[in-house]
Design a protein around this ligand. Sequence first.
Ligand SMILES: Cc1cc2nc3c(=O)[nH]c(=O)nc-3n(C[C@H](O)[C@H](O)[C@H](O)COP(=O)(O)OP(=O)(O)OC[C@H]3O[C@@H](n4cnc5c(N)ncnc54)[C@H](O)[C@@H]3O)c2cc1C
Length: 339
Amino acid sequence: MIKTDIIIIGAGPVGLFTVFEAGLLKLKCHLIDALPEPGGQCIEIYPKKPIYDIPGYPSILGYELVENLMEQIRPFNPGFTLGEPAVDIKKDVDEQFIVTTKQGTQHKAPVVAIAGGLGVFTPRRPPISNLKEFENKGVNYIIKDPELFKEKDIVISGGGDSALDWALYFANDFSKKVTLVHRSQQFRAHNDSVQKAMDMASNGKINLILDSEVSAIEGNGSLESVKIKSKASKELTKINCDYWLPLFGLTPKLGPIANWGLEIEKNAIKVNNSDDYSTNIPGIYAVGDVNTYKGKLKLILCGFHESAIMVQSAFKRIHPNKKNILKYTTVTGISGFGE
Ligand SMILES: Cc1cc2nc3c(=O)[nH]c(=O)nc-3n(C[C@H](O)[C@H](O)[C@H](O)COP(=O)(O)OP(=O)(O)OC[C@H]3O[C@@H](n4cnc5c(N)ncnc54)[C@H](O)[C@@H]3O)c2cc1C
């Protein structure tokens, strides 16, 4: 049994920063994540995209932010259980929580902070019978490393920001050929991106195919071509390619968290935001994208703020007889826990 002061479910940016804020109050943390590496959406969805609204960083890539957070929390030596979804939470006889993962690892603490973000990431898969055969062999739903697509023939499907952003990125003298397929004439992406894609299509940098869908994929071991069906004429066009990127978005699934007796609203955990981001179960808090309250913004900086407030309340629960006085790190410095 792993014992700590705060069990954090979710090692996205907000879960990671919670370790730092808790560490300043001398509270130890252990993080659990279903994914094999920390970073949440920043690593899983957009590691190489620049983020422009992290205070103090005019621009920082998703993976760089996570690297910096890992560096920042190192002095507080958090524990990690990675690649294991937390599936069960229950109270022990001493009123502490026991959190168990799917693989059976047990963790015990007086406080649990749920920083589960959007939950478990599940890409929306197009209905193509042999799709699974080519997953990660030419069919990718998430672009983790753009270098993989350098000088390659790429077909992208989708009409949202992700599809448009990546089509523009790859068409900018990066990939050999970029084809963008969309089932309609209307896009859901930002107007600016749509205009840029139209301009690139008219000067031949993007092969834009509208009112059409990829209806079949072929290859021998790895993807070699896709067949694109026109919705109007039903005509099929075969396009040879190295990669097909169906970017239809990720469905957020709260997963097991939804069955823990927490008050859920809009697929998120309801918290008391006027106080301390506590849930309806005393001792369980929810911070970051996973929570909801009036005026909630699903932004990294908002999650960071929530963590700072939440740990103050956690401190009072863990040490009811101790007084905590807010001190600036400029005054105290960082004194970690050591190895
Ligand atoms: C394309 C894109 C661009 C974005 N750009 C910006 C931006 O410019 N600025 C900005 O502020 N925000 C941006 N965001 C939003 C930002 O990424 C989120 O607000 C942020 O990731 C939330 O952090 P989090 O730690 O709360 O959750 P997440 O990053 O979602 O991490 C949650 C973690 O919890 C884990 N988890 C969930 N359930 C369980 C379970 N039962 N057991 C174990 N682990 C579990 C997940 O695996 C995941 O790793 C963007 C999002 C996307 C998709």
